[in-house]
Design a protein around this ligand. Structure first.
Ligand code: SAH
Length: 270
């Protein structure tokens, strides 16, 4: 706990390893690490390794791994969040909240009122935010950023996925946040109470742009068996709605730290 964490984009294996350039820069110039300092490496695939810095040059930082354990710390199950992304700093907040709350996949949605189509450049920036958030919250499996997709197409994909999984008798949930259409809406409490007994293996949730989903878009989702969720009496910013929906998912998945104890796959236990 409390050790600096560095990301290496390859499966961790016993032995020595050089940090990639960006991480080495961070370790040497920002954190001012030196030989003998301890840190934790993570590979984004769910593994982390307590490690010690064994040599440094101006640019390189070589680290020896002491042991490796599998501790992904994302939600147990699979949770996909579709969001019509906001701009600027708030984009970072969306990624941070989603990573911290264990979301597996973030899908940028193109809806009727979306203001901005994410470019390759902004997707790359999102990936950088994912790594930063994983460092901070001790998550070891990266959240995946999917290519932007048209809302209607995505509804179709979610339906296919649910049909496939249901064939294996795996329960799922699909929720869309919308403050209007009172006749279709359910409150958070109603939804959680009526789903208290399910043990979902996967779930989908959708959040609209600042201008909201159109009623037409929401009705399409309703026709594809999505539940419309009311997140309370106030209108939330997109990043706040992300946190609320991801928390609902965490309750349904019954997220708790000790569900999957760390497995030591090399070296001595710490
Ligand atoms: N003016 C828009 C509000 C958009 S807020 C409207 O009236 O629809 C951005 C997104 O956050 C919404 O599309 C919705 O998905 C979610 N959201 C914000 N506040 C909400 C609430 N109280 N209930 C349900 N969803 C909400």
């Amino acid at each position: 706990m409390g050790l600096h964490r560095y990301y290496v984009p390859q499966a961790l294996s016993p032995g020595k390893i050089f940090l990639p350039p960006e991480e080495a820069h961070h370790a040497l110039r920002v954190r001012r690490e030196s030989v003998g300092d301890r840190c934790v490496l993570f590979d984004g695939l769910g593994n982390e390794a307590p490690a010690i810095i064994v040599s440094t040059t101006k640019r390189d930082c070589e680290i020896e791994i002491e042991s490796i354990r599998f501790a992904p710390r994302d939600l147990p199950g699979s949770f996909t969040l579709g969001v019509s992304l906001p701009k600027g700093d708030r984009l970072r907040a969306v990624v941070e909240k989603a990573v911290e709350l264990g979301v597996h996949e973030l899908v940028p949605l193109l809806t009727e009122r979306s203001v901005k189509i994410p470019t390759d450049n902004s997707i790359e920036k999102l990936q950088r935010f994912v790594i930063e958030a994983c460092k901070q919250c001790e998550r070891n499996r990266l959240m995946e950023i999917k290519p932007p997709i048209d809302f209607d197409t995505w509804l179709g994909r979610a339906a296919e996925n649910a049909a496939e999984k249901n064939a294996l008798t795996e329960p799922s949930f699909r929720i869309i946040a919308h403050p209007d259409l009172a006749e279709h809406r359910t409150t958070m409490k109603q939804f959680l109470v009526s789903n208290a007994a399910i043990q979902p293996h996967h779930g989908f949730a959708a959040i609209g742009p600042e201008g909201g989903f159109t009623d037409d878009e929401v009705l399409k989702a309703v026709n594809s068996k999505w539940k419309v969720i009311d997140l309370g009496s106030r209108i939330l910013r997109v990043e706040t709605a992300v946190a609320s929906l991801a928390t609902i998912a965490a309750v349904l998945f019954d997220d708790k730290q000790n569900t999957f104890p760390p497995i030591i796959i090399a070296g001595k236990p710490q």
